[in-house]
Ligand binder design. Structure first.
Ligand code: ZN
Length: 261
């Protein structure tokens, strides 16, 4: 079975900033797609903000096993309808990997339900990334710690719910620390947040980072059939109750009414 990954990128800095364009001439999404396509059993394609429906039509999401998301300057340009569609796809079983500044993306915030805020500083600091869960599949093949020579600092407190598992913690040259690799389950979907990836540094060219992304796609893939109509909230008729019952008491709703939502 081939895992179908889609790397979504707002693709704004690559067009507007010459440092980013020089580091990522085919876009951040292009470098990540190349890394994932070098993985046995993974087929990666890309989608960007500028495409119709941001490249994420309902049909495309139905054929996406794992969606990776990179966004920063244009979070607010993502349509609410597409963001809701992504969250629903996750609830129904699609894997979702939020990269770096995607902590403030609409789909990630919807899936977390919290502020997702953090402290930050752009000073090219050294980042040392420590494994905190050695046997976790997302950490497979990695040393106990590895270093990125230049990264943006993200610091605690990180305003997200307590994760299922913390896979990485980062230390920064200036002294802050951050939970850099967090796993969640949302509905039937596996979700991973991975911190590194500031656009003015060559982070996504780093072999250890590419290793994490490959592992994360394999981990996030849920091979079960996607749950259909995941937001349905049916009104079950009295005569369809598993045990025989008679209606009692006074009622607000009429038989067969859809109810409020
Ligand atoms: Zn950044």
């Amino acid at each position: 079975m081939t895992i179908r990954a889609v790397i979504w990128n707002e693709n704004v800095h690559e067009q507007e900033n010459e440092i980013v364009a020089e580091l990522y001439p085919a876009g951040i999404h292009g470098v990540i797609a190349d890394a994932l396509n070098a993985t046995d059993g993974v087929s990666a394609t890309t989608a960007t903000l500028q495409e119709p429906e941001h490249g994420l039509s309902a049909a495309r999401l139905a054929e996406t096993d794992v969606l990776l998301w990179w966004g920063h300057a244009a979070h607010s340009d993502v349509s609410d309808a597409v963001a809701a569609r992504v969250a629903e796809a996750v609830w129904s079983g699609m894997g979702f990997i939020a990269l770096h500044s995607a902590h403030f993306s609409k789909p990630f915030k919807a899936l977390m339900g919290t502020a997702c805020n953090l402290t930050w500083r752009e000073a090219g600091e050294r980042e040392r990334i420590w494994l905190t869960s050695r046997n976790h599949p997302i950490a497979a093949g990695l040393p106990d710690h590895f270093t990125l020579e230049n990264e943006e600092m993200y610091g605690e407190p990180f305003g997200v719910p307590e994760p299922l598992e913390t896979v990485f913690i980062s230390w920064f040259q200036g002294g802050e620390v951050f939970r850099s690799g967090l796993t969640y389950k949302r509905g039937a979907g596996n979700l991973f947040y991975f911190r590194p990836g500031h656009e003015t540094y060559p982070t996504y060219h780093d072999p250890n980072i590419q290793c994490v992304l490959r592992n994360a796609v394999l981990w996030a893939h849920n091979p079960a059939r996607r749950i259909a109509d995941v937001t349905d909230a049916p009104n079950v008729p009295i005569d369809a109750a598993p045990e025989p019952i008679e209606a009692r008491g006074r009622r607000l709703h009429r038989d067969g009414e859809a109810g409020f939502r």
